[in-house]
Design a protein. Structure first.
Length: 171
């Protein structure tokens, strides 16, 4: 597989094979695209009982959805789900990886803890971010911040994602 550089990313976006909405060419770096944090967060409710991790597990049973206007206060050790402002569509021969940005990692913010793979052929999907404050100080997380980046790769062959999170809107 080969990582797409800025010129290839812009070529795909201009051709319409990759769609990012909203999009500004300034988001594209040498080999990545910055994505911005939206206003919705999914927070964990205080534990009342054991939650069984099985194939039927539904995160909505242990979380609540909230929306903020100014910022979300992420306490040390706290985990939340955020979501990108951008909706992303990839063709069947390109996949992607979500990565945190080093400027935030340096203050203990883990922007994407697990499940950072973006399947080829996703359609108009916002990307859910599994965020965690691994540092010792509370962090005010502001919507609109360029919080993470995606790295895109060409696939060998083609595939199209048709799972339950196709066209996801919320964390």
């Amino acid at each position: 597989m080969a990582v797409l550089t800025r010129s290839e990313i812009l070529r795909h976006i201009e051709a319409g094979t990759i769609v990012i909405d909203p999009f500004d060419p300034a988001q594209v770096g040498p080999a990545s695209i910055d994505l911005h944090l939206d206003r919705q967060f999914r927070v964990f409710r205080p534990a009342q009982e054991i939650f069984h991790v099985t194939d039927d597990a539904d995160y909505r049973e242990v979380t609540s959805l909230i929306e903020v206007d100014d910022y979300f206060l992420l306490l040390p050790g706290q985990a939340i789900h955020g979501v990108t402002q951008e909706r992303i569509t990839l063709p069947p021969d390109i996949c992607g990886w979500i990565q945190g940005r080093s400027r935030f990692a340096r203050i203990g913010l883990m922007v994407h803890v697990t499940a950072n793979f973006m399947q080829p052929g996703i359609t108009r999907a916002k990307q859910v971010l599994e965020m965690n404050n691994a540092g010792p100080v509370p962090l005010a997380i502001h919507p609109g911040t360029a919080i993470c980046q995606i790295i895109l790769e060409e696939c060998v062959g083609q595939a199209t994602y048709a799972g339950r999170f196709q066209e996801q809107e919320l964390p």
